[in-house]
Every structure is written in C-alpha cells, then in structure tokens.
Design a protein around this ligand. Structure first.
Ligand code: NAG
Ligand code: NAG
Ligand code: NAG
Ligand code: NAG
Length: 405
C-alpha cells in the first residue's frame, strides 16, 4: 500500500516539472531493429535517436526491474504457419544507455511447443525469474527462465503446460497476496484466465491444481491480464468481445467470478467481429487503467479507453472516456503508460508503422495525441509495417541515466 501512495505522489510531482526528455525503446514484428525514441515533454516532439540492429524482431519487449536489461520474444510469424516444431526462443539484451543495447543471450525452451514466444515478463519477486508465453496454433505452453546476478537471462528452469486442448496464452502478470505469489495468464484460445501459484524459493510455476476462470462469454478470449499493485484486483482485456473485465481477488490472490465487472471498449451497437481487443496497462501511479482495441479493417480506427482506479483496492471507479485511435492499429495498438507522468502514455501502430504519445487532460475526462513519429519500414504479408509492436519507457534523463556507474 505504501508503494502505491509513494508512486502517486512521485507521479504528481513529476507531472508538474516539464522540460525534460524521456526515451522509449520500441520493438518490431518484422524489421530486425530496436528503435530508441526521445520524447520532449515541453516541446511535445518525438524523435528517432537510435536504430539498433538485432538478430530477430521482438513482438513483445519488457525492461528488467532494475531497468538495465531488455527481454524480448524471438519469432517472426508468417501467414499460414501452423504446427510449428521449433523450440520457443527468448532474448536478453544489456541496456548500457538508451542507444547502446547489446544482445547477451538467446534462450531456448527445452520442450517443443506447438507455437512460439509471444510475451515475456519479469516477476517483481525474488528470485526475479522471467516468464514467457508461447502462442500460434494451440501450444498451451509457458516457460520460466532464471536470471544471473546481473539480471540478464540465465537459463530455462521450467517448461509447463496449461490445461485446455485449446490453451494459447498471450499475456501474463504477477501478484503477491498473503503468503502467496501468483502468476495470472490470459489464455486467448482457451477463453480462460489461469491463476497459478509460484514457488517462493525457486520461482517455478506450481502446475498442480491451477485455478481457472472462464471468459465472461463464449468467444470473449482474454488477451492480456494486468494485476493492480494493491494486491486486490486484476483486469483482463478480451480480444473477442473488446471488453475490459475487472476481478476482485480473494485473500489468496484468486480472482472471484462473482466480482467480475465488464466495460466495453467499443461504442454501443458496434459490430464486435470487426474489432479485436488488444492491451491493458496500469499507470505508474496505480490510478489509471488504459485499454485498447484494434479495427480489423485497416481503413477503420481502433479505440482507447481509460478507467480511474481506487489506488487502495484497484476497483474501477469510472470509465473516463472512449476515443478513436489514429489508425486501426494493425496488429498492435499496444499502450505503454509513462513512468514520469501518470497522464501520459505511448501507443504503437503497425498498420502504418508509427508511435504516438497521448496525454490525458487534468480532469481525466479526455485524451489527445501530443506527438507522432512515423517509423515505416519493411513488413511482410501479415504485417503492413515491420514496425511498432510495443514500447517501453526508460528511466528519464536521456542517455545519461546509467552515467554514475
Ligand atoms: C499442433 O496443433 C495442431 C492443431 O492446430 C494439432 O493438430 C497438432 O497435433 C499439434 N501438434 C503438436 C506437436 O502438438
Ligand atoms: C461485422 O464485421 C465483420 C468483419 O468485418 C463482417 O464480416 C460482418 O459482415 C459484419 N457484420 C455486420 C452485421 O455488419
Ligand atoms: C533502421 O535500420 C535498418 C538497417 O539499416 C533499416 O533497414 C531501417 O529502415 C531503419 N529504420 C528506420 C525507421 O529508419
Ligand atoms: C551510449 O553508449 C555508447 C557506447 O558506449 C556511447 O558511444 C554513447 O556516447 C552513449 N550515449 C550517451 C548519450 O551517453
């Protein structure tokens, strides 16, 4: 609870102090690059300041908790691929500064999954293992990786299976409740949210008797799940029904079906099958939940919505707005809340290949684009642009943030 209050006051203070630059790293679907972008929060400009060549595109990237490493997926999907029999792969980079990103290791799972890496996230709890989810076809697999003393990926310590024949997990998050540490998994094709216990010593997933909660309707298909820092709520965004569902957690960290509250991220009367829900992410202050959906028609626009959260319980207080995004989003429209200002976030687009910075009004009732940068590069038959999968914000301070070492 203390950390939530502290985060709120830091976000409040930082929101006042304008005139700084903030760097983001952006992953890709096809182009073998990691882009470094610089956002100036006074001039409202977004510039490309780095283009690091990498051995594989990462359709999902995440920073390590100490922000000195970048973890990424390693797989480029080509239309029509099924029954893959490659081992899922995950990448680890050292982030020396915002434009010096050095590949350290590629890890391979030891079991063949009928799919490939789609998502990667680090647990906030010792031993700070990193968890991967495998997607495409019906793989139903996850991987647990240990980190070395410097937080780089070390080795695969566990491969595990989810329980349904259709299982195919696209998003993960973590929670600590009471003595329990939990892994939440959004199982898109299984239309379920899994809650697994995590072994507190080894950081492995306890595969026996996981808890499963079905999606709110047939074909809702949870895509991403995020846990609130209070330890009392999780939220899932549904790919099939373009909805945000919030669940209160019991004392053991298990989501309660009866507590599910459902909000649409489409205007009333919209044809559901023309959209596919995408991302959900919580502001650093713990007070705003962002969610997006994508349009399947490249000529139509997706939508972004925000929800005010109770910082103590994670309960959704209201749906602040529902606004069209600047494009369909392609397969992206991922949303990344900034660390420096609770009202600012980045959206990535893959239909054209761009990144935008959006800012919510002071009252929280509206949101607008404040900066835009095109990053068009080479795509393939599935991805219109090779670019713009998801973005992560680096600690503020330009390239000098590791300068003290
Ligand atoms: C992969 O999934 C397909 C269904 O899409 C199934 O027919 C096939 O048996 C699976 N292969 C393996 C190795 O599990
Ligand atoms: C809904 O959208 C889908 C996909 O774009 C389309 O095939 C279908 O015809 C639409 N249905 C209606 C009633 O407009
Ligand atoms: C990044 O660099 C690669 C390799 O030189 C190049 O193909 C790509 O177009 C560059 N991306 C952008 C957005 O300039
Ligand atoms: C980042 O690191 C590279 C390689 O060490 C160095 O050339 C560059 O000047 C650094 N950039 C900043 C802004 O410190």
């Amino acid at each position: 609870m203390k950390s939530v209050i502290l985060a709120t006051s830091i976000a409040g203070l930082l929101a006042i102090a304008r005139g700084a630059t903030h760097d983001l790293l952006v992953g890709t679907f096809v182009q073998k690059s990691i882009y470094t972008l610089r956002f100036d929060d006074k001039a409202n400009t977004l510039r490309l300041v780095g283009n690091t060549s990498v051995r594989a595109p990462s359709s999902w990237i995440t920073l390590s908790k100490d922000q000195k490493h970048l973890y990424g997926t390693d797989y480029e999907y080509i239309v029509g691929q099924t029954d893959r029999t490659d081992l899922p792969r995950y990448l680890s980079f050292s982030v020396r500064n915002s434009t010096s990103i050095v590949h350290e290791k590629t890890l391979k799972a030891s079991h063949v999954c009928n799919g490939s890496s789609i998502y990667i996230a680090q647990s906030p709890f010792p031993p700070y293992n990193v968890y991967g989810a495998d997607f495409w076809s019906y793989p139903g697999c996850g991987n647990v990786m240990s980190v070395d003393s410097d937080a780089g990926l070390d080795r695969v310590v566990q491969d595990f299976r989810y329980g349904l024949p259709e299982s195919s997990v696209h998003g993960l998050d973590f929670q600590s409740r009471g003595r329990n540490r939990r892994l939440y998994s959004a199982d898109t094709h299984g239309n379920a949210i899994w809650t697994h216990e995590i072994n507190t010593v080894r950081g492995t997933v306890v595969v026996r008797k996981p808890h499963m909660i079905a999606g709110p309707s047939a074909g809702a298909n949870p895509r991403h799940v995020v846990a609130h820092a209070s330890g009392r709520a999780i939220y899932a965004v549904m790919e099939g029904s373009s909805e945000v569902v919030s669940y209160a957690l019991n004392g053991d960290g298990v989501p309660l079906r009866a507590s599910a509250t459902i909000f649409s991220i489409l205007p009333p009367g919209t044809n559901l099958t023309a959209y596919w829900g995408d991302a959900a992410a919580i502001s650093a202050s713990g007070t705003v939940l962002w969610a997006t959906t994508r349009a399947r028609d490249p000529a139509a626009n997706g939508f972004v919505s925000a929800f005010d959260l109770d910082p103590m319980t994670g309960a959704i207080l209201r749906q602040n707005f529902l606004v069209e995004t600047s494009s369909s989003g392609g397969v992206a429209n991922a949303v990344s809340p900034s660390q420096h200002d609770g009202r600012v976030m980045a959206i990535t687009d893959n239909a054209k290949g761009f990144v935008e910075i959006w800012e919510m009004s002071k009252t929280g009732d509206s949101v607008k684009v404040v900066a835009h940068l095109d990053l068009a590069d080479t795509g393939n038959s599935r991805y219109k642009s090779g670019c713009c999968a998801n973005a992560v914000w680096l600690p503020s301070g330009g390239g000098r943030w590791r300068g003290d070492e």
